[in-house]
Design a protein around this ligand. Structure first.
Ligand code: AP5
Ligand code: MG
Length: 190
């Protein structure tokens, strides 16, 4: 199985690259942000609780997203592999993911981190906020909070994979195709 963690700050291009990767490698795309937005759209209790935190740019509790990922792994028993996008975002989530995969005799193949500076991230997200309808893109203060959350709670996840020799970072600035090709070069070495 090819199990890839696509890592990077808000606006780094995780979702954009995931769309191309699922076609090329026939993987299942698991974006906790997308799953949470679909819960909000369906008006579920979980969605209602997550919405307040997401609209402020704060992470939702670990146990909520771990349960979501566990359900998605169970509902895709024949997958060739998964792209984890926006998950794990804390070390506790990374540990839980390893345990979940172990029960399926599988493991993470590697993490690929997209490096993009804060100015470019803010520019991309504000631009998308003009059309996307994502409330967390519409407000510069919320975008800033998302980047702060990332720097304090999520960056330690990179070390978790570095310690396992599973970490590679690439330049996330350039054309979408250039970045896609860099990701492909890393995957070829897994
Ligand atoms: P989530 O949905 O994961 O959002 P995010 O990480 O903040 O990142 P984005 O989806 O905005 O960015 P992306 O890296 O996917 O970039 P994209 O390809 O879209 O999370 C949202 C919220 O949900 C969190 O804040 C939290 O509250 C909650 N949540 C989710 N997962 C959680 C978890 N595990 N634990 C706890 N809470 C969780 O690209 C961005 C823009 O840039 C697009 O407009 C795109 O067109 C453009 N773009 C892409 N590539 C390029 C390029 N190469 N050049 C120029 N522009 C580009
Ligand atoms: Mg995304």
């Amino acid at each position: 199985m090819l199990n890839l963690v696509l890592f990077g700050p808000p606006g780094a291009g995780k979702g954009t690259q995931s769309q191309k990767l699922i076609d090329k490698y026939q993987l299942v795309h698991l974006s906790t942000g997308d799953i949470l937005r679909s819960e909000i759209a369906q008006g579920t209790t979980l969605g209602g609780e997550a919405k307040k935190l997401m609209n402020q740019g704060m992470l939702v509790p670990d146990e909520v997203v771990i349960r979501m990922i566990s359900n998605k792994l169970d509902s895709n028993p024949n997958a060739k592999g998964f792209i984890f996008d926006g998950f794990p975002r804390t070390v506790a989530q990374a540990e839980a993911l390893d345990e979940l995969l172990e029960t399926k005799s599988s493991s993470i193949s590697g993490m690929i981190a997209l490096e993009v500076n804060d100015d470019e991230l803010e520019k991309r997200l504000l631009m998308r906020g003009k059309q996307s309808g994502r409330p967390d893109d519409a407000n510069p203060e919320v975008i800033h909070n998302r980047i702060v959350e990332y720097n304090s709670k999520t960056t330690p996840v990179a070390n978790y994979y570095k310690e396992q020799n599973k970490f590679t970072s690439i330049n996330g600035i350039g054309t979408i195709d250039e970045i896609f090709s860099s990701i492909g070069n890393v995957i070829d070495q897994f």
